[in-house]
Design a protein around this ligand. Structure first.
Ligand code: PRP
Length: 181
């Protein structure tokens, strides 16, 4: 029997437990803290999906960071990417700053291709990508990913900030959602 914590209507199975997630977030935070030692990076969270990951990652970094957000949407309520829409931009210039984009998941790569292109034009000192999850089998554009938590198979993942038709974002672990219908 699976633990009761993830038996929810619409959930098929647990994908990554809270314990495993937190261990990986700590590992990423150690790497990032070492790489940016002596710098004050700007963490750019892509909302909504990254809110939980960024909050956990940021508090484990042994760095003096700044934080800003972009509200970006590619999927809406569907499972296929449409157009990458920037619903809310950063609040300040990033010129000369060490920018680390914090993303929950890279699927086709279209979202980060667009965001990286846009941010690179603003002349940051550096621009890197940190993603919790990566679906290599779905990639449609080449991307250089600097920090990655887990490569996962092509499943309907949800939880830990990630939605499935806007559901399950607030679960503290990752699940596989049941296929529609
Ligand atoms: C999801 C996810 C990434 C993007 C990845 O965002 O948070 O930003 O899709 O997909 P891609 O690599 O195919 O571009 P979504 O549009 O679902 O918005 P959300 O973060 O508000 O859930």
């Amino acid at each position: 029997m699976p633990p009761a914590e993830y038996i929810l209507p619409g959930v098929e199975r647990l994908l990554i437990s809270e314990t495993t997630l937190h261990a990986k977030v700590s590992e990423l935070a150690r790497q990032i803290s070492a790489d940016y030692q002596g710098k004050r990076p700007l963490l750019v969270g892509l909302l909504k999906g990254s809110f939980m990951f960024l909050a956990d990652l940021a508090r484990e970094l042994t760095l003096d960071c700044e934080v800003d957000f972009m509200l970006v949407s590619s999927y809406g309520n569907g499972q296929e990417a449409t157009e990458v829409k920037i619903l809310q931009d950063l609040t300040a210039s990033i010129q000369g700053q060490d920018v680390l984009i914090v993303e929950d998941i890279i699927d086709t790569g279209f979202t980060l291709q667009k965001i990286c292109g846009l941010l690179a034009e603003r002349q940051p000192a550096s621009l890197k990508i940190c993603t919790l999850l990566n679906k290599p089998s779905r990639r449609q554009v080449a991307l250089s990913v600097d920090y990655c938590g887990f490569d996962i198979e092509d499943v309907f993942v949800a939880g830990y900030g990630i939605d499935f038709a806007q559901r399950f974002r607030c679960l503290p672990y990752l699940v596989v959602a049941k296929k529609p219908g």
